[in-house]
Each structure stands twice: as C-alpha cells, then as structure tokens.
Write a protein that binds this ligand. Structure first.
Ligand code: NAD
Length: 460
C-alpha cells in the first residue's frame, strides 16, 4: 500500500511512499535493538561527529527541504527556508553542548568517597512526529535521542513523510551505523504498531488526544514517554502595552504558518480601554495580508495542511457564530479560482466570545483569533487559565512588575513578557496540564533522553 503526499494548495500528488507493514515495524525495532549496544558504547563526542556530518548535509539540502515542506504542508516558501535556518542553529547547539551536558558530573567528594552521576541512554527510542514544522519537530526528538546514545525509529506525520524521510536519509548518508536511525512510513496505525512493540522510550509531538493514548500505553509497559502536545495559549494585552510592538508580535504569534503552531496565541484577552483599538488594528492588518499559493514569494498565508483540518476549523468557527460570535474579518473560505481546490481559510478575527464556544474550549489550528475584553488583572488570569492546556502564554505590558506578577500565576510551561520569540536552543520548552510531559531543548531537554546513574566510589 502506498501513502500519497498531497499538496494542500491544489490536491495534486507530491509523491508517494510505501506504507510500513507490521513486519517492517518489527524488523525496525529488532534492528534498532541490535544496533544499540555498539552505538551506546561510543563516546558522546564520537556520536556527535555523525551529527556534524548530518548538519552539513541539512545545510546543503536547505532549498530542497524547504520546497518539499511547502509542497507537502502549505507553508509559504520563505517560512520553510527560515525553518531550516532555525533548525541549523539548534543542531549547532546540540553539537556544541551535547558532550558537555552528558559528561559525568562529580556530585559528592569527601575523603575517600568520590560519587559521580553518569548519563546513560534508555535503548530504542520511538519518535513520532507532527507535520507543522517537519524538519525541526522531528529533529527535536531524533537528534538529542541519538546524541544521548539511544537508537531511533522515526515515524513521520502522514502529511509530511517526504520532508521528514530526508532526516533519516541524510543521517544514513552521514554514515551513521546501520540500524541506529530507522524510518517507518504511515499514519496513526503505524504509530500505534510502533508504540506496541518493545521500545524503551517514546518521544511524541502531536495532539493531546494521541499523546494521552501513547502515555497510557507507555504507563502499562512502565517506560518513559516524552510528550509535547496541543495548546490554546492565551495572549494578554494590558492597556499600558506598547501597541506597535504588541501588534507586530501578536500577528506572527497567531498567523505564522497559517495559525498551525502549537504555541500560537489562540485566545487573546485585551484590557477594556484598548480593546476596540486592538480589534481594529488587527482587522486593518489582516486586510493587507496576502493569502495564496505558498510557492508564490508574495504570499503571507498559505492553505491549511489538510481537508480534515479545514473541516474542523470551519466547524469551530460555525459553532462560535451560532452562539453569537461576531466576525470582524474573514470567517470563511476565500473565493476565486486560485482557492478552488486548496484548503484555504481567510484570516479571521472573532469578537463577542463566550467561554462555551469551541474556539475558546478547543485548540484552533488555523488562522482564527478570538479577541475577548477583560476589566481586571484577576479576570485576565482567570480566563487565561480557563483551559485544559498549559503550553505557553504571552503578556504585553510596559509595567514589568505587573508582567512578572501575572506570569507567576499563569499555568503554562512558557510565559513570555513583551515577546513572541522564545524558541531558543538554550531554553527548555514543554507543557503544563494537558500540553505535555517532559521538556525539550536546553540542558534539561538534552538530559531527558538519558537515565541517571549514580556511581559511588570509595577508595579502599
Ligand atoms: P496528531 O496527534 O494527529 O499526529 C501526530 C503524530 O502521531 C503523527 O505522526 C500521527 O501519524 C501519529 N499518530 C496518530 N495517531 C496515533 C496513535 N494512535 N498512536 C501513535 N501515533 C499516532 O497531531 P498532528 O495533527 O500531526 O499535529 C498537530 C498537533 O500537534 C497540534 O495539537 C499541535 O498543538 C501539536 N504540536 C505540539 C507541539 C509541541 O511542541 N507541544 C509542536 C508541534 C505540534
């Protein structure tokens, strides 16, 4: 059976790959188990040498990776190119810091006692990835897992199999030993089969629903699961905010990648005195945005990844309208020949929001921004936390004391004050509540892929 990769702009077939069978899954796990011993035996510095070669190959293939990303999931080409540049920075960080973070650490030394901590891999790590940032989201699991000495099996998203298959192809071209980096192709069924095999660690980025299922299965086996899941991140604008900076940040925070970002601001709370001004500024901004073919250099917002996502978004918006939401701009699929076949949705601002609307209670993975007024700091915090998610939040104010006070009370793994730019290789990232478990990036993230062993030595 073949998996077809579909271009969300016109539903044409970008390419196809053979779907992995149950036998393929078993074979991949067996190969990864066999390769684990020798891979684990290498030093971190030796393993990093392979990642250095991989980094060079990613840089060489930048245009190819970016073009495939755009064709498979509809991200404007410049954003796909930026994604690759961004990922190269992360690779540089892992290469530089991996050996430092995973080196043995003396934790206790007294007289004849010398106790140290040593970081050891788990074994075979199943990596199950989403489609929204194909290269970097898959690499967030694959690369630190490998550096820590695990062997990996990547199951790309069914929407971006070609862009994510490249990772394993380039690792193999970097002469990584056979069985260390493996690939399986297919949808959720293949992911399920992989999780059901005797893996030693699961890394997953995707929806909360699937993450919870994986967590339950890993719990039964008693293996660790690193989970990066959905979000409905709040933005809070106080009346004293610098609106120029705020509007620019929040445009990107909601509409980058057609709104398909886990940390996108999916509910925006604005203090009463500037509420109408902010709504009008968003409407004016969105009037200038070009929606269209993501291969066209002038396009700001491309199509949604799939017809399934488009249908879900339309249902969420229809639900809001039926419950009394006002469409300030957008709210429907754009008209015209260019949009006939694609999964397009107009960038949308909704007001008159109530907390029972699906755009408030669910994650909206598309270019739709509900804007809600608030009167007091307490009300903003209460509304922001009124969600099962806890991935991130953004607060805009010139009063940093207030910003810090509010940040402390927000239930999220990341709270940014006056910025949207917090994805840095040094900064740990992950969710509170149903947005995830464990952390990626930074020293904390790197160590998640290792077991901690204390070696307590007493000189006789
Ligand atoms: P998804 O959960 O539908 O799929 C993610 C991956 O899981 C895919 O590879 C899919 O084939 C696989 N899968 C599906 N069902 C499975 C099962 N039962 N067992 C094992 N694997 C299975 O998510 P998606 O649509 O690809 O991605 C969008 C979601 O990802 C959004 O909710 C978004 O917020 C989230 N996301 C989170 C982060 C983060 O860092 N927290 C980053 C990017 C995306």
């Amino acid at each position: 059976m073949k998996l077809k990769s579909i271009n969300p702009h016109d539903q044409s077939v970008v390419g196809e790959l053979k779907i992995s069978t149950q036998q393929d899954v078993k074979r991949a796990v067996k190969k990864a188990k066999k390769a684990f011993g020798p891979w684990q035996a290498l030093s971190v510095a030796e393993r990093v040498e392979y990642i250095k070669r991989f980094r060079t190959k990613v840089a060489k293939n930048k245009e190819k990776i970016a073009k495939l990303t755009t064709l498979e999931m509809g991200k404007p080409l410049q954003q796909s190119l930026d994604d690759v540049s961004w990922e190269l920075e992360f690779l540089d960080y892992y290469i530089k810091k991996g050996p430092e973070y995973l080196a043995d650490e003396t934790v206790y030394k007294k007289g004849k006692e010398h106790f140290r901590v040593s970081y050891e891999p788990y074994g075979v790590c199943a990596c199950i990835a989403p489609w929204n940032f194909p290269l970097s989201m898959a690499n967030s699991g694959v690369i630190p897992a490998l550096i820590a000495g695990n062997t990996v099996i990547l199951k790309p998203s069914e929407y971006t199999s070609l862009s994510q298959k490249i990772i394993i192809d380039l690792l193999q071209k970097s002469r990584i030993p056979d069985g260390v980096a493996n690939l399986l192709i297919g949808g959720g069924e293949v992911g399920k089969m992989l999780i059901d095999e005797p893996i030693d660690l699961a890394w997953f980025t995707g929806s909360t629903k699937v993450g919870q299922e994986i967590y339950r299965k890993c719990g039964k086996k008693f293996i660790k699961a690193l989970l990066e899941m959905g979000g409905s991140s709040p933005g809070i604008i106080f009346a004293d905010a610098n609106l120029d900076l705020t509007m620019d940040n929040l445009y990107w925070a909601r509409f980058l990648n057609c709104g398909q970002v886990c940390t996108a601001i999916k509910r925006l709370f604005v203090e009463m005195p500037v509420y109408r001004k902010v709504v009008n500024l968003f409407v004016d901004k969105l009037k200038t945005v070009k929606v269209g073919n993501p291969m066209d250099k002038k396009t700001d917002i491309g199509p949604l990844v799939s017809q399934k996502q488009l249908k879900l978004l339309k249902e969420q918006v229809a639900d809001a309208i039926s419950k009394g939401a006002k469409v300030e701009i957008g709210g429907k699929q754009p008209e015209g020949k260019e949009f006939e076949k694609g999964n397009y949705f107009e960038p949308t601002v909704l007001t008159d929001i109530t907390t029972d609307m699906r755009v408030f209670t669910e994650e909206t993975f598309g270019p739709v921004l509900p804007i809600i007024p608030f009167k007091t700091e307490e009300e903003a915090i209460r509304l922001a936390n009124r969600t099962e998610y806890g991935l991130s939040a953004e607060i805009y104010t010139t009063d940093l004391e207030k910003g810090e006070r509010v940040a402390k009370q927000i239930e999220a793994g990341t709270v940014a004050i006056n910025t949207d730019d917090f994805f840095k290789p040094e900064c740990p990232f992950g969710g509170y509540k149903k947005s995830g478990m464990g952390r990626e990036y930074g020293e904390i993230g790197m160590k998640e892929f290792s077991q901690v062993k204390l070696i307590a030595v007493v000189r006789p």
